[in-house]
Design a protein around this ligand. Structure first.
Ligand SMILES: CC(C)(COP(=O)(O)OP(=O)(O)OC[C@H]1O[C@@H](n2cnc3c(N)ncnc32)[C@H](O)[C@@H]1OP(=O)(O)O)[C@@H](O)C(=O)NCCC(=O)NCCS
Length: 191
């Protein structure tokens, strides 16, 4: 019998986006919908529909304090995450950025993309000069909790009524990671 060719490793890519092709926007919205249906974890409980998601993601690109990162598997957009910078009026917390709304569509999980996405956001926050990266998760997001803890995020708080999902209160865990020592160059809100 002829030797079978070994399966090709899926091609993985994480990048920051500042504009969308129609195709990418569509696959991003499909991925988001699939992740929401699977259990969400980034605000929506029910998928709002592809048109509403397209409007939402076009809006995200217009928000000055937000940067959008996408994950691709074999070229297809399968997940995303936001890096959120503090507003300019929040001088006291000008050292801390936030990682939000991170997910990978169920059909693309287990390829290491969430790890790549988190590291890309972290690297960008560090590059922008932030000292700290904050994030929060529902207690039910076990995979995310494991991911963030293995990447060195420290849990510093628990919110008992963090979210309400189908009438049930769900606790939330708050995490923080120090990106650079205090006293080193401070972020100038992305400048
Ligand atoms: C959490 C999530 C983003 C992980 O996506 P993923 O691309 O499958 O994750 P990766 O393949 O990069 O795995 C990275 C690490 O996550 C953890 N992890 C991933 N899937 C896991 C699972 N099913 N159970 C436990 N840990 C898991 C592991 O620590 C893993 O590292 P390892 O492979 O070295 O053990 C994905 O499950 C998801 O979108 N969940 C719903 C939304 C969510 O929780 N978002 C985060 C907070 S808003």
């Amino acid at each position: 019998m002829a030797d079978e060719a070994p399966p090709l490793a899926a091609q993985r890519l994480v990048e920051r986006v500042t504009e969308f092709t129609e195709e990418d926007l569509h696959s991003l919205c499909e991925a988001t919908s699939a992740a929401i249906i699977d259990g969400g974890g980034f605000g929506w409980v029910n998928p709002p529909g592809i048109m509403a998601l397209e409007t939402y993601f076009r809006g995200v690109l217009l928000v000055p304090e937000r940067e959008l990162f996408i994950a691709r598997l074999d070229g297809l957009v399968v997940g995303s995450a936001h890096l959120v910078r503090p507003p300019r009026n929040n001088e006291a917390q000008g050292h801390a950025a936030q990682l939000m709304h991170a997910y990978i569509a169920p059909y693309a999980r287990g390829h290491g993309l969430a790890r790549m996405l988190t590291i890309a956001v972290e690297d960008r926050a560090r590059e922008l000069g932030y000292h700290v990266l904050n994030l929060d998760v529902r207690e039910t997001q076990e995979a995310a909790i494991r991911l963030y803890e293995t990447l060195g995020f420290e849990r510093w708080g628990v919110h008992p009524d963090y979210a309400f999902v189908r009438g049930q209160a769900v606790r939330g865990f708050f995490y923080s990671k120090r990106l650079r020592r205090p006293g080193t160059r401070r972020a100038q809100n992305g400048a």
